[in-house]
Write a protein that binds this ligand. Structure first.
Ligand code: TYM
Length: 345
């Protein structure tokens, strides 16, 4: 794993408060878990991409609620923030300032190829009705990343193209202004969690598809999600030999269960010596064990809004420091700064 070999890299990632702001095990495995690993040895920046959510959520109360929920979910999962600067995108206005500048080195063709925009075109909307925020989304994401000059951007596979567009935009900026202001960030996507499949076993785990296992819901909700997880449709009775491949309960157990116990359950399952319900019960217990501390922290944070505010304030302050250094360089490189300039970051 890269995060064990590379000393003191700078790592950055973001997460959007879309859906309802709650995180599921797909987000945890695909993004948060690796981030925590990175944070043991590296300088990490993690932010809530609330400006991104505006592309789809245009309701004051919903955006507020989702953002608040996501902040609590993230903080509860992260736990120790020693090497992590945690902040909210809209608290650092340099993100939109840099986006505005990067607009000018980004060709339309690059954005037309972006998945989010292409998906919308194919599924929902005629082009005239797609808002420019969604079309521009990859430029804002490039600004999010480049402001902090990270070495690695840990994301799920669905965000890989956005990081590639970011690299493209950075190269164009450097070339246009003949100065290597932006180092090119690497996406970091471990194969085993690049796409965490949903409980239906068919599609990527996603809140909007209703195929998730939640982390902070009531136990009864999580139990229900586990019990409805896709296993082996050819197995009618617990005594029938079962298949492990494509069986989502075992896929999740590989991440959350104790290896020896999971191996033994697999052997029994293949021989028809353990029921689906027993295996699912073990998955449920393993999830509760994995997230026990985070669930307790979630309750603690929910009861302490001042503590949360302080974390965000400190995070924004640190993010400001780094982002303003980059913006000073960008203003100077582009010629926005001149002999009459009075504004200085
Ligand atoms: P978002 O909020 O959709 O997802 C957050 C992170 O979770 C990953 N993820 C998954 N990984 C594996 N399997 C899944 N089923 C799964 N579902 C979600 C996503 O890949 C992502 O890493 N545009 C970004 C947020 C963003 C950002 C950035 C990320 C804004 N600016 C700058 C990195 C750097 C987004 O909407 O992710």
């Amino acid at each position: 794993m890269i995060y064990q070999n590379v000393k003191k890299s700078r790592i950055l990632s973001g997460i959007a408060p879309s859906g309802d702001g709650t995180l599921h095990i797909g987000n945890y495995l695909g993004a948060v878990k690796q981030f925590k690993e990175f944070a043991k040895n590296n300088e990490c920046f993690l932010f809530i991409a609330d400006l991104h959510a505006l592309t789809t959520i245009q309701d004051r109360a919903i955006l507020q609620k989702n953002t608040e929920t996501l902040i609590l979910n993230e903080l509860a999962l992260l736990g120790d923030l020693t090497n992590i600067t945690f902040f909210r995108q809209s608290d650092v206005p340099m993100h939109t300032e840099l986006q505005s500048i990067l607009n000018n080195v980004t060709p339309l063709g690059l954005l037309r190829r972006a998945h989010a925009y292409k998906d919308k075109l194919e599924k929902d909307l005629p082009e005239e009705e797609i808002n420019l925020g969604l079309f521009n989304y990859p430029i804002l994401m490039a600004a999010d990343i480049l402001l902090y000059k990270p070495n690695f951007v840990p994301v799920g596979k669905d965000q890989k193209q956005h990081v590639e567009i970011c690299r493209d935009i950075a190269e164009r900026f450097n070339k246009t202004f003949k100065k290597k202001v932006f180092p090119l960030p690497e996406p970091y996507i471990p194969e085993e969690v690049a796409v965490v499949m949903g409980t239906d076993g068919k599609r990527k785990m996603s809140k909007s598809l209703g195929n998730i296992i939640s982390i902070f819901d009531e136990e009864s909700v999580i139990r229900k999600q586990v019990m409805s997880t896709y296993t082996d449709p050819t197995r009618i009775h617990p005594t029938d030999p079962g298949h492990i491949e494509g069986n989502m309960v075992f896929s999740y157990l590989d991440f959350f269960g104790d290896k020896r116990q999971v191996d033994s359950l697999k052997e029994k399952y293949k021989k028809g010596k353990v029921s689906d319900v027993e295996v699912k019960n073990y998955l449920f217990e393993s999830l509760m064990r994995t997230f026990k501390e985070a669930r307790a922290r979630y309750r603690e944070l929910s009861a302490n809004p001042d503590m949360v505010k302080k974390i965000l304030k400190d995070g924004a302050q640190k993010a400001h420091e780094v982002a303003s250094q980059t913006m000073a360089e960008v203003r100077d490189t582009t010629g926005l700064t001149n002999q009459y300039s009075f504004f200085r970051y």
